[in-house]
Design a protein around this ligand. Structure first.
Ligand SMILES: [Zn+2]
Length: 738
């Protein structure tokens, strides 16, 4: 045990105290005192990427969640906070590929799939322990005995079971759809993983027969043979839908067809455009509506196809100026706007520029009809996702995010779940190769040519015994994260854990992954369990620097939570992430703020020392017999009122208020006034007044330590050890003072 006479040094206590907590076993709910009579309270930790290191965004999430779980543990609940890690397919594969190229000048193809995956596993294994150690440094009371990983055996079984069940229900299908293609990483990317960047680029007005069309991308225009305008646009009323027009185009004469569609904005450019359905989502929709041909112009490497004539085989960025040159020569350029701002889609994970492509992929249908067991009616996944928030089964905090959620659901398209990556859950679908030869009858042949979907690994065709090959693609990472609240509790088995701890109570996460993750969990749980994954979604804001700027390497304003904890203690770091952090609003952070709370930790230590050394002969049993003066009674009543307020605030997710009130009361009322005013009384000769002051100080301190514990667990536990008779007890499982 450390010296109480010196100032508080977080470093001397934090690791030691975390060890004591671990040894107690209380992070595991079943080990809590009187566990049988406690009502469960569950949170699942949003799994950080297995290859990541702890950054300030994680730290804010950990501070909030650990505060909540410690509060509910002290309130007498059977608290489970379950940790895990995410394999983060795209990010991880990209990291390993980069390393491989840097060190050995090799690509994943040089190694082959199996060897490459061995490398990824080794890399992940190493990084996982890093992030785990870092999470512990923050003081998180997670049940490490239940630790999960999105790629471990149990979670893989959950993923395959989910896939097969959704496939059997007709929700998973394979189809040609326009997807976001990253030519750099050679994979599809989901809509939410795209970052938009603005770029100044020339905008060309091209002569297209009797029309003028505008484009920022002339290199995609080779195949354009449909000219589209709004049906109500008076300027073009002499042209009829379906009418054809012969005109001179980039590669020579073509026949264009007029299409009238309400998606066209008459205000934009000339109100007329040509479409490139293969490489543009909006154009794809127009082509689908009117059943138009779709032609591929650019291949998966980003090079032009033979349709581009002389430019075939050239990369689009290189071909563009040459194509512009040719258009000029042919007199097809009417004018150029040099100051056009063009939005470019970037793969936020891999960094490649997105080129939409039509590809055959696996999808989850969000609008296919299915039977809902829970509501006993026909429904769709989309309706299901909407209903549980609409009817209040799930509350999203702050409330304004519910509106954003509904808006997103309304615009939801089918979810493309296949990725052309090697790292991830391989799609559990096999194709029979040799079936034709072995088929005994027409029915057998039919079976064999259809995909074979299986939970178990297959080595031969179950219908004909012939050779099979597995679909080479892997599943979108969010497919496995979507199952997270129940795959971590033992699904697909009907385990005790699942029965007891699901639905979870709170999902706490950043508002930036509301759609990535939260919505997908609602979708998966709704279909697979006929239930909700959680009752409350609590969204915290992003952490910014003191000037409100995003933290980034290039700005040099990153605050590393581990360095800060090393310097000022995890308690100070946690408190700086809680105070001022209103739900859904961004939080301003600075080193000064953390330093200030380090001083607060020291204030707690010093004030506590004073009280404890002056009340050494006290125990809860003896204090109750001491009569209190009126003034002391009033102080204790005030503290009780404060406790009630703090309790209400935490219950209603106003952690920022609860933390701030406790902080102010301890420092400015308890330390600055109450203790100072009591000092002469403790030295006085009036014994009754002296013991009353002692009882008041003792009881106030005990209550304040409990109120502070969820926010600043280390320093409060370190003080608790100093309270006489507390040597073997832990503050973390003490009763909450209300
Ligand atoms: Zn077969």
């Amino acid at each position: 045990m450390s010296d109480f006479s010196k100032p508080y040094t977080a470093k001397e206590h934090e690791d030691r105290i975390y060890e004591r907590w671990m040894e107690s076993g209380y992070f595991t709910p079943e080990n809590l005192p009187d566990a049988k009579n406690r009502k469960p309270f569950t949170m699942i930790l949003p799994p950080p990427n297995a290859t990541g290191t702890l950054h300030i965004g994680h730290a804010v999430m950990l501070a909030i969640q650990d505060t909540l779980i410690r509060f509910w543990r002290m309130r007498g609940r059977k608290t489970l906070w379950l940790p895990g890690a995410d394999h983060a397919a795209i990010a991880t594969q990209e990291k390993v590929e980069k390393e491989l190229y840097k060190k050995e000048k090799k690509t994943r193809h040089d190694l082959g799939r199996e060897e490459f995956l061995h490398r990824v596993d080794a890399f992940v294994e190493e990084s996982r322990s890093t992030i785990k150690t870092q999470i512990r440094k923050m003081g998180c009371s997670l049940d490490w005995t239940r630790e999960a990983f999105t790629m471990d055996a149990q979670r893989s079984l959950a993923v395959r079971t989910a896939f097969v069940r959704m496939y059997d229900a007709g929700l998973i299908y394979r189809g040609h759809r326009i997807v976001n293609w990253d030519p750099k990483l050679q994979t599809t990317v989901s809509d939410d993983e795209i970052e938009w960047m603005e770029e100044k680029t020339p905008f060309y007005y091209l002569k297209y027969g009797p029309f003028t069309i505008g484009t920022a991308r002339p290199e995609t225009k080779f195949g354009d043979k449909y000219v589209v305008m709004h049906p109500d646009d008076e300027r073009y009323k002499q042209y009829k839908h379906g009418q054809t027009i012969d005109l001179e185009w980039i590669g020579g004469p073509i026949t264009a067809t007029v299409i009238k569609d309400r998606a066209i904005d008459p205000e934009f450019g000339t109100g007329v455009m040509t479409i490139t359905p293969w490489h543009d989502t909006a154009d794809f929709d127009i082509a689908e509506r009117h059943k138009l041909n779709k032609e591929q112009i650019i291949d998966l490497q980003g090079k032009l196809l033979p349709i581009a004539g002389a430019f075939a085989g050239e990369h689009v960025t290189k071909a563009r100026p040459k194509i512009v040159e040719k258009l000029k020569e042919k007199g097809l350029i009417e004018k150029v706007d040099e100051n056009y701002i063009h939005r470019i889609a970037i793969d936020s994970r891999g960094g490649g520029t997105i080129e939409p492509q039509i590809l055959e992929q696996w999808f989850i249908s969000v609008s296919a009809k299915l039977w809902s067991v829970s509501s006993n009616e026909e429904t769709t996944l989309k309706e299901m996702m909407q209903r549980v928030v609409e009817n209040g089964q799930i509350t999203i905090l702050p409330k304004r995010f519910e509106k954003i959620y509904f808006h997103w659901i309304n615009n939801l398209r089918d979810w493309c779940i296949s990725r052309q990556l090697w790292y991830g859950h391989r799609i559990p679908v096999w194709y029979c190769v040799a079936c034709g030869k072995n088929a005994k009858n027409e029915q057998d042949l039919q079976k064999c040519t259809r995909p074979i979907v299986s939970i178990e690994d297959l080595t031969a065709c179950p219908h004909c015994g012939g050779a099979i090959r597995q679909d080479p693609d892997t599943l979108d990472t969010w497919f496995s994260s979507g199952l997270w609240t129940f795959s971590t509790l033992g699904y697909p088995e009907k385990t005790n854990d699942l029965e007891q701890y699901h639905p979870t109570d709170v999902l706490e996460t950043g508002y930036d992954i509301l759609f990535f993750w939260v919505a997908r969990m609602i979708l998966m749980t709704g279909f697979l369990l006929g239930d909700i994954p959680f009752h409350t979604v609590y969204l915290h804001g992003l952490v910014r620097d003191a000037q409100g700027r995003k933290m980034s390497k290039s700005l040099g304003n990153i605050i590393d939570p581990l360095t800060m904890s090393e310097k000022y203690g995890a308690d100070a770091t946690r408190l700086s992430l809680l105070i001022g952090n209103a739900p859904g609003n961004d939080l301003k952070m600075s080193e000064d703020k953390i330093r200030g709370y380090r001083n607060f930790a020291n204030k707690i230590w010093n004030a506590s020392r004073f009280v404890i050394t002056n009340t050494e002969e006290f125990s809860p049993a003896t204090t109750e017999k001491i009569n209190l003066t009126l003034r002391d009674k009033k102080i204790l009543a005030d503290v009780e009122r404060l406790s009630k307020e703090i309790t209400k605030d935490i219950e209603n997710f106003r952690l920022y208020l609860a933390a701030e009130k406790t902080y102010h009361y301890f420092w400015h009322t308890f330390a600055d006034n109450i203790i100072e005013e009591a000092k002469p009384r403790l030295k006085g000769t009036d014994t009754a007044d002296k013991t009353s002051a002692e009882r008041m100080l003792y009881e106030t301190l005990i209550t304040l330590l409990k109120l502070l514990h969820p926010f600043m667990p280390f320093v409060t536990e370190a003080v608790w050890e100093k309270v006489p008779n507390n040597k073997d007890s832990l503050l973390m499982v003490e009763k909450w003072p209300v």
